[in-house]
Design a protein around this ligand. Structure first.
Ligand code: ASP
Length: 608
């Protein structure tokens, strides 16, 4: 027997037992004639005590950090107990030991507060993975995986694998491609997601499909993205949007329960995309706190149905607001006593290039009932009060106002809202708030190409009441300036995102399942008949053989894990992640290949 117990297992109740342990040497501490060794494995740490006799052996054969050791001995009660360690009441009085393997001195310490920098740890990721902190993350990932599988299995879903070597499925990113040796000059693409396959499975009658699956997207890596990442990918047939929402909020609640012990009993709040943008300036609002927007002024062409409060800005002569397209405000709770220095600093914050505002106006709602603002020259105290009231400010709050072009200002106030919440400690790591955002626009305007692109992907269906608008209107945008007046700008999709604490954790849609509508969709995105057949002939063809109504969703598995684990970074939850430049620094990949491989593929490099 190699080992009788793991290093996390023994307790005081095992006192007197003969045991054999194996693991890695965490620390060696010599005290005169005796030596203590902390032995570590995946399950924990156990203290070994080497007495005088064995110490001589140790002197000849010294142990070092990360040596692999097997030790046999008796479980002893410790005189100096360690309450922080589950095995802290015992130690092993070693009678014999064997060094199973030696280790070079590790380039960083294998402990929670390691001295290793990011690059070094990634280079030696196999050592980094020995650290308790990283291990905990992978354990959590596995727990989320198990919980998702159990739930979906219980609901009759079937895990069906789909291929990795496929033809391009555009989902808005660039494809990774793989040359085919057997078909010189031809390439496979790696799937950006199994989207078309899961839809084909619906046509085939597998009406509840899921897969926890790798997806590949060759994007410029913005912070915290990975070129290969994992999705919980799902599809259902014979469903309406509500069926999907209910099924998958059930899944996320199940994961909360199993992984975090959180009973999320309330129904997940639902909000339209338009309301999310109007009230929070963001399509994935963090609703753990309120601070919703006061729309003081909106441009006429956006949010046509919504009523702004521009009457509050009448007759002030304040040019900045008069000339701005959009004016938005939030009330920061308890900040009325901000000093000049603090408001100046906030003003600088909104002027940073990432935020891009020209300035910041504010109203202090003093606790004595008076109002003081940065625009006192233009606004009577009565007006200030009216605005503050409309923003939902109470005595002691600080109203922050931004003005400028619609898109930029809305994004800026959303960023400012998040920043203030962060400063005020309102983004609590241990609080989880889910939200469904519904009814996204079907199309997005691409300024560069003066054309429509699919906001979700080209397989997403429009709201049934708007199918006619789509079919009967020409997609061509004749007047780029006024694209918002094009009938397509207002078409809403049967698409939904699940948002957790301000992060999009999942997204999906009810799909198009009729050939005619799918063709119209492709055409709207600028694909002529030939291109449609070349790229999606298989799908259009399948829709002619009894495609059922269907829809689905995919969850970002890495992201979900990182949020549940209270971390900002998905890399911490991936065993072998890539760095921000898309490199695996451990393997040193990507790398060049042998000339022989190029020859077999009949590929010649033409590097610029
Ligand atoms: N395939 C989509 C995505 O990866 C998800 C879906 O529509 O189910 O975003």
């Amino acid at each position: 027997m190699f080992r009788s117990h793991t290093n996390g297992e023994l307790r005081i109740s095992d006192k007197g037992k003969q045991v054999t342990l194996a693991g890695w040497v965490q620390t060696v501490r010599k005290f005169g004639a005796i030596t203590f060794v902390d032995l570590r494995d995946r399950y924990g740490i156990t203290q070994l005590l080497f007495g005088e006799e064995l110490n001589r052996e140790l002197e000849e054969n010294p142990l070092g950090r990360e040596f692999v050791l097997q030790a046999t001995g008796t479980v002893n009660e410790r005189s100096n107990k360690n309450p922080n360690l589950p095995t802290g009441e015992i130690e092993i009085l070693v009678s014999s030991f064997k060094i199973l393997n030696r280790s070079a001195v590790p380039p960083f310490t294998i402990q929670d507060d390691t001295d290793g920098g990011d690059d070094l740890r990634m280079k030696y990721r196999f050592l980094d993975l020995r650290r308790n902190l990283v291990k905990k993350n992978l354990e959590l990932r596995y727990a989320v995986n198990r919980a998702a599988r159990n739930y979906l299995h219980g609901q009759g879903f079937m895990d069906i694998e789909t291929p990795f070597l496929i033809k391009s499925t555009p989902e808005g990113a660039r494809d990774f491609v793989v040359p085919s040796r057997m078909n010189p000059g031809q390439f496979y693409a790696l799937p950006q997601s199994p989207q078309t396959f899961k839809q084909l499975l619906m046509v085939s009658g597998y009406d509840r499909y899921y897969q926890i699956v790798k997806c590949f997207r060759d994007e410029d890596l913005r912070a915290d993205r990975q070129p290969e990442f994992t999705q919980i990918d799902c599809e259902m047939a014979f469903v309406e949007q509500d069926d999907i929402l209910n099924m998958f909020e059930g899944m996320v609640k199940h994961i909360f329960q199993e992984v975090k012990g959180i009973a999320y009993t309330e129904k997940v709040q639902r909000m339209t995309w338009e309301d999310a943008m109007w009230n929070y300036g963001n399509d994935k609002p963090d609703i753990r706190f309120d601070m919703s927007l006061l729309n003081l002024k909106k441009p006429g062409s956006v949010y046509v149905e919504k009523q702004d409060r521009s009457e509050l800005l009448n007759d002030t002569g304040f040019k900045v607001f008069d000339e701005a397209e959009t004016v938005l405000a939030i009330a920061a709770p308890g900040c009325s006593e901000y000093s000049r220095k603090q408001t100046d600093e906030l003003t600088e914050w909104v002027k940073r290039p990432q935020i891009g505002m020209k300035g910041l106006a504010f109203i202090k709602c003093n606790t004595d009932g008076t109002y003081k603002s940065s625009m006192d020259k233009f606004f009577t105290e009565e007006k200030l009060k009216a605005i503050a009231d409309a923003a939902g400010a109470k005595a002691g709050d600080l109203v922050l106002i931004l003005a400028g072009a619609e898109e930029r200002t809305r994004k800026a106030i959303s960023d400012l809202r998040m920043e203030m919440a962060e400063r005020l400690g309102l983004r609590k790591k241990d609080e989880f708030r889910l939200l469904w955002v519904l009814d996204f626009p079907l199309f997005e305007y691409d300024e560069e190409g003066n054309r429509w692109v699919a906001r979700h992907h080209p397989f997403t269906s429009p709201k049934p009441a708007q199918i006619d608008t789509m079919i009967s209107n020409d997609p061509v945008i004749h007047n780029a300036e006024e694209y918002l007046k094009h009938p397509y700008a207002n078409i809403k999709a049967n698409a939904y995102d699940m948002v957790l604490n301000g992060n999009e954790i999942g997204g999906g849609s009810i799909r198009i399942y009729q050939r005619e509508l799918q063709e119209k969709m492709f055409a709207a995105l600028g694909m002529d008949k030939e291109e449609q057949l070349h790229k999606f002939g298989f799908l259009l063809g399948a829709f002619e053989y009894g495609a059922p109504p269907h829809g689905g969703i995919a969850f970002g598995f890495d992201r979900l894990c990182s949020i549940l684990g209270g971390s900002e970074s998905i890399r911490d939850f991936i065993a072998f992640p890539k760095n921000n430049a898309g490199r695996d620094v451990m393997l040193d990949a990507p790398a060049t290949i042998d000339q022989k491989q190029f020859d077999e593929l009949q590929i010649k490099l033409n590097l610029k």
